[in-house]
Design a protein around this ligand. Structure first.
Ligand SMILES: Nc1ncnc2c1ncn2[C@@H]1O[C@H](COP(=O)(O)OP(=O)(O)OP(=O)(O)O)[C@@H](O)[C@H]1O
Ligand SMILES: [Mg+2]
Length: 510
């Protein structure tokens, strides 16, 4: 029995055929993975199924009956709920208020706060979705917000749950927990559609896989009968090797010197606690840590986005401790921030402007004080080609790009600076496997060109394959300083959890 059937769905945007005659079906009670490169049409297809977009042609059947959705409300009425990558919750409302929004339980005609809390608690306990109904949503970490979105869909009686890259923002531990939730939903008769770029997740949890390529279905597979290599080949048309070559030369002069850096936070332990580290020209230093142990705050403090309470920062020999972001950039900083939406891009500007951001003031784009439009277009096109960014043209607005292509814009722009220091935070979040390999190669080339890189990533495999040295961060402090070649995921995992290595017992000096 099919829970959902999409037949011959086509959807065009100006200059883009996002989905081209796509037929897609999901069986009742299965976990179905939807895969494909950045821009392949996954999010658009699922936005059609969830009532957000209307297809140009094609039909949708739910439980064998034809349906037409004019809005997400129609879709949820038919039992289809979607958890988007950027959450749609109200930050000033509590968890319970967000869950029951517009379908509030009432008592004597008034909002029944206790009933709302009870509803949330009941759904949460049934599926292992730990949340506090009374917490104000704006202060919650992404992993919890995601659970709230799931509870909200379940409260609206979603039988089919669509999750668009839910694990991109989760730690490995949170991913494991989410998968337990998905399995218990499945055991309870729910159907799940999962969009992800992570092959091991597909292999671990899905029954079937549909692969999209350039808006077309290229394969429908039983997970047990395929391999990651086969899916990769179907998605990209080639084999992808994520192995990295070691550095070509020994590290040179320091490009980043951080000493005693501390960022306090009211009423809590310092987010960054007396951190000292050095990154040299021609080396990649990785920072491993469970999210929330100060890595992001450290990057922000080095980049000048967060005030430090103590300590010094030198970039390429210049003391920038008191300097703004602009001063630090001028001293030689390139920065790929974790949050590409809030910090990394301007959604209402076009692709060319986003690629040139920060380059504007330099030749060749600027001549006699004027920005050269034609040069801007050339410059942007060159980066689009080099990084394989899928866009209809460099004049389209950034907001219309697929998630992974937006990420590539930030990476391309920052790697194109010939600066001595790059801070790369989650550089491959949300990008497809081919693009991961390409970005890794660009980062390694940057290193071999004499740049120093501070790499912060939730992906241990990424840290291990790129870094020469690895620092482990725990509760705001650097607790270990290791040669990448002499350690492994298990050892790092232990240190990240605050454990000690057998026979070590002493604090790393760093
Ligand atoms: N609102 C829109 N206006 C114009 N073009 C759009 C819009 N939404 C999506 N597109 C385009 O449709 C194509 C498919 O996008 P979609 O978001 O479905 O990709 P995706 O497979 O989800 O990729 P990713 O893995 O990067 O998230 C892309 O070329 C994208 O730029
Ligand atoms: Mg997408």
């Amino acid at each position: 029995m099919l829970a959902v059937e999409m037949r011959h769905i086509t959807k065009r945007f100006p200059g883009v055929l996002a989905d081209d005659d796509v037929s897609f079906d999901v069986r009742q009670g299965e976990i179905h993975a939807l895969m494909g490169e950045n821009g392949a049409g996954k999010s658009v297809l699922m936005s059609i199924l969830s009532g957000l977009y209307r297809p140009d042609s094609g039909e949708i059947l739910v439980d064998g009956r034809p349906v037409k959705f004019a809005s997400p409300l129609d879709a949820i009425g038919a039992g289809i709920g979607m958890v988007f990558q950027s959450f749609k919750l109200f930050p000033s409302l509590t968890v319970a208020e967000n869950v029951v929004f517009r379908e509030e339980p009432t008592r004597h005609g008034l909002y029944d706060k206790r009933a709302a809390a009870a509803i949330v608690t009941q759904i949460a306990e049934r599926y292992g979705l730990a949340v506090d109904p009374a917490a104000v949503t704006g202060s919650l970490p992404v992993g919890v917000l995601q659970r709230v979105e799931i509870i909200k869909a379940l409260y609206r009686k979603a039988k089919v749950l669509i999750l668009d890259e839910p694990t991109a923002v989760l730690t490995p531990q949170e991913t494991d927990r989410l998968f337990e939730v998905l399995r218990s939903l499945q055991a309870d008769g729910h159907t799940i559609i999962l969009i992800t770029h992570k092959m091991r997740e597909v292999m671990a949890i899905s029954e079937r896989v549909t692969v999209l390529r350039d808006g077309r279905v290229v394969a429908r597979l039983n997970t047990a009968e395929t391999t990651g290599e086969e899916i990769t080949r179907l998605m990209t048309g080639r084999d992808i090797d994520l192995e990295q070559s070691p550095p070509k030369s020994a590290p040179g002069a320091p490009v980043l010197e951080v000493s005693g850096l501390t960022c306090r936070q009211a009423g809590q332990k310092p987010a960054v606690d007396n951190v000292s580290l050095t990154v040299r020209a021609g080396e990649i230093v990785g920072i491993a840590g469970v999210a929330g142990n100060g890595q992001s705050e450290l990057a922000e403090a080095i980049a000048g986005l967060r005030a430090a309470d103590a300590g010094t920062v030198r970039i390429a020999g210049t003391d920038v401790t008191a300097g703004s972001v602009k001063v630090r950039r001028a001293a030689g900083l390139s920065y790929i921030p974790e949050d590409r939406h809030a910090v990394g891009t301007a959604p209402d500007a076009d692709v060319a402007s986003n690629l040139a951001m920060g380059h504007h003031r330099r030749p060749p784009l600027l001549q006699h004080g004027l920005l050269k439009r034609a040069r801007l277009a050339d410059f942007a096109q060159r980066l689009v080609d080099r990084f394989g960014i899928k866009v209809a043209g460099t004049g389209v607005l950034a907001r219309t790009l697929s998630g992974g292509n937006l990420q590539k814009i930030v990476v391309a722009r920052e790697l194109d600076y010939a600066s001595p220091l790059l801070i790369a935070e989650q550089p491959t979040r949300g990008v497809d496997i081919g693009a991961i390999a390409a970005i890794h190669k660009e980062i390694a080339d940057y290193r071999d060109g004499g740049g120093g890189v501070l790499l912060i990533s939730a992906e241990l495999s990424e840290i291990l394959s790129l870094s020469g040295r690895i620092l482990v961060m725990f509760e705001g402090r650097i607790v270990a300083d290791l040669e990448a070649a002499a350690t492994n995921e298990a050892e790092l995992g232990l240190l990240m959890a605050g454990g000690e290595l057998a026979g070590a017992g002493k604090e790393a000096q760093s």
